[in-house]
Design a protein around this ligand. Structure first.
Ligand SMILES: Nc1nc2c(ncn2[C@@H]2O[C@H](COP(=O)(O)OP(=O)(O)OP(=O)(O)O)[C@@H](O)[C@H]2O)c(=O)[nH]1
Ligand SMILES: [Mg+2]
Length: 267
């Protein structure tokens, strides 16, 4: 199923397609990113201007940083038109993303990391006929130049997601493009915290029958990996079990398309 959208295609090169230009909100979650945030935000803003969007915003979604990320983000918001900040007190990736989805005003929502973004992905993803487009690191045409351990962790996590949650999507983390009209309500329904926010959101999208596209991507580490992979494991497994329980609920409450005409007749 693909949800009808008012805004259809972005005209990336100023060619007249007769279609309205898409507007875009880019969410950048940021936790202790004082070293790289300014470079990321300015590169993304320049990229959005270059792609020819008439309305754009970059929303830095910060919470709990202790290294000056918040004052830096607020300065960027003062100095650069189109930059906004949402901030909460406790560090939590999921809570920050949720706040970002709530604040986003435009038709297309893109999710980058401070250390993982690619403007070319935005252009390519907009040409896909899908509600959500994921940059998938493990596709045959993808190239993942990260350290062996980090690559292995991503692949193992992907395997668990596909098998425990019975999803087809090969990747739930990293860069994604969402058409807001199809996905905003799902983002608001997510109850998983931290990095499992992305996994639950993609699971809900697939269970709801949204069209999900995947594009190959070249992944380059912009700084050394800082996540304690081993520390993440117990929390991740527990989180996947919780999402799996949700899937039962999702299947129970879903109205299957084949039943719709019958329901209408009865009404
Ligand atoms: N607001 C907020 N953002 C976070 C939090 N944890 C991580 N992030 C951001 O989420 C993005 C991804 O986090 P990373 O620390 O790069 O995690 P990762 O990409 O899974 O792992 P490595 O890059 O390999 O260490 C970055 O932009 C972080 O700043 C958090 O608690 N709150
Ligand atoms: Mg990272």
């Amino acid at each position: 199923m693909k949800v009808d959208r008012e805004v259809t295609q972005v005209n990336l090169h100023g060619e007249t397609s007769g279609r309205p230009m898409a507007s875009i909100s880019v969410l950048i979650p940021a936790y202790n990113e004082a070293e790289i945030l300014e470079g990321t935000v300015t590169t993304v803003i320049d990229g959005l201007r270059g792609l020819g969007f008439d309305r754009y915003e970059v929303i830095v979604c910060e919470n709990g940083s202790t290294d000056g990320t918040l004052p830096l983000a607020l300065r960027l918001a003062r100095e650069i038109p189109g930059v906004m900040v949402v901030s909460l007190s406790e560090p939590d990736y999921g809570a920050a993303m949720r706040a970002g989805f709530l604040a986003a005003r435009n038709d297309v929502i893109v999710n980058f990391d401070a250390d993982y973004y690619d403007m070319d992905f935005v252009g390519r993803a907009l040409r896909e006929d899908a509600d959500i487009v994921v940059a998938a690191k493990s596709l045959a045409d993808s190239e993942d130049t990260r350290a062996f351990l980090r690559r292995g962790a991503s692949r193992t996590f992907g395997w668990f997601v596909r098998n425990m949650l019975k999803l087809r999507v090969t990747e739930t983390h990293g860069m994604k493009l969402f058409h807001r009209s199809a996905t905003q309500h799902l983002a608001m329904a997510v109850c998983s915290t931290k990095d499992l926010f992305d996994t639950e959101l993609m699971a809900r999208a697939e269970w709801s029958g949204l069209a999900i596209g995947e594009l190959p991507i070249r992944t380059v580490e912009m700084r050394h990996s800082r996540s304690g992979i081993l520390r993440r494991v117990p929390r991740t497994i527990y989180g996947l079990f919780r999402i799996r329980l949700l899937s039962r609920e999702a299947y129970r409450t879903r109205v299957r398309p084949a039943l719709e005409p019958v329901l209408q007749q009865a009404a």
